[in-house]
Design a protein around this ligand. Sequence first.
Ligand code: ARG
Length: 481
Amino acid sequence: MAEDPAVGVGQTHSDREPAGARTLWHGRFAGGPSEALMAFTVSLPFDQRLAAVDIAGSRAHVRGLVRSELLDGEEAGAVLAALDQVEEELAAGAFAFVESDEDIHTAVERRVTEIAGPAGAKLHTGRSRNDQVATDLRLWTKQALASVAAGVLALQEALAARADEVGDAYLPGYTHLQQAQPVLLAHHLLAHGWALARDYDRLLAARERGDVSPLGAGALAGSSLPLDPEGTALDLGFASVFDNSLDAVSDRDFVAEALFVLALVGVHLSRIGEEWVLWSSEEVGFVTLDDAYATGSSMLPQKKNPDIAELARGKTGRLVGNLTALLVTLKGLPLAYNRDLQEDKEPLFDSVEQVTLALSALQGMIATATFRLDRMAAAADTPAAAATDLAEWLVARGTPFRDAHAVVGELVRRSLAGDGALADLAAADDRLGPEAAALIAPGVPVTRRTTRGGGGPAAVAAQRERFTSRVHADQARLPAS
Ligand code: ARG
């Protein structure tokens, strides 16, 4: 049976209880909602992901109502027990959604009221779905960003492990995708690692800025009831509490920031993807993918395709689209809550899910691939790769760089025109000679980059240590959830 988008995940209309349960606003309305309205406005199919945080938010709200003496101990006990039961029913897949459950918040409250009776009807005291949904989504985002950050660390560890394992192996470094100067393979791998280190920072910073409780803002203006926003914020583990109720219910900066950071992670992963598509091609042949991380062709028996790398590249369009979609939704929205804000969830859930999957697939692909170090070295051992080293050899002996560049450039041109090998021309040139020509020998040029952060063995050894301690320090600050 085709899935109906208007009902819960994995559910069809026939699984649902018949209509009959009332909307949250039934008192004000003479008639019930049309099918078209429900079909267009429900968020239950995707916001069921918020069930756990919604229940956590409700528990904290109940405890707050007790402190404010708006619920007595017995009522609170009944509501908390009902919330436990709802949690169990949802976990067991036994929760029966009904037609009028337009979102997870409505569904949970309806069921709590069915179970706890009149005490359940007090659950929503002093609370609106506007502050409730903002609270839930902030709790969810906090957890999601911490879990994506853990995935980033795991990929960094895979890159570092491969960098250690390949030692001083080298490959051509490129600019304009033209061979420029050889660098250690470890240097190249760690370049991606450092970009991910900045992503890690951004994930944690976005998480920290979003760590503010909106609970107690009500629909938009706070409450006449003696609520305890500071207490519920503390109870839910938020670092701070809102200062302005209008802002609290309409602020989706935390979603926009999360989407930006996820899009940038995606951009970084897409660059790894593009590189590995090239590296695994027959022409370049720098890497052979493990069978478990490559795909075949339905028609061409010889094919082994880098689909993970391609999708890491391809899915990034979607991540950028999700960010764009939310920014456009937010643009021009009047204060405070508008139903448009419901459009914050699908982009966020999708970006978190896709980045999580991409991180883990790329990690596996990188951890299991075979580097073809002989091909990398052969590609890097072209005489032209040492041209800059010849020029710098002259510079070290007092020749101005522009002149040195011209001397070597002329030898390269003569070599390309068929006058002889660059090494022979350099050896025979009185400005250079045999000592300079020795720089062209295979494996020598890569050793010449010795400055901090450079691509030669000594500089990379120091960089490895800095990278490892950075990853260790980042592990130590990974939030528990
Ligand atoms: N499903 C809604 C959302 O995700 C919940 C809030 C609805 N509030 C309202 N006043 N209609 O934004």
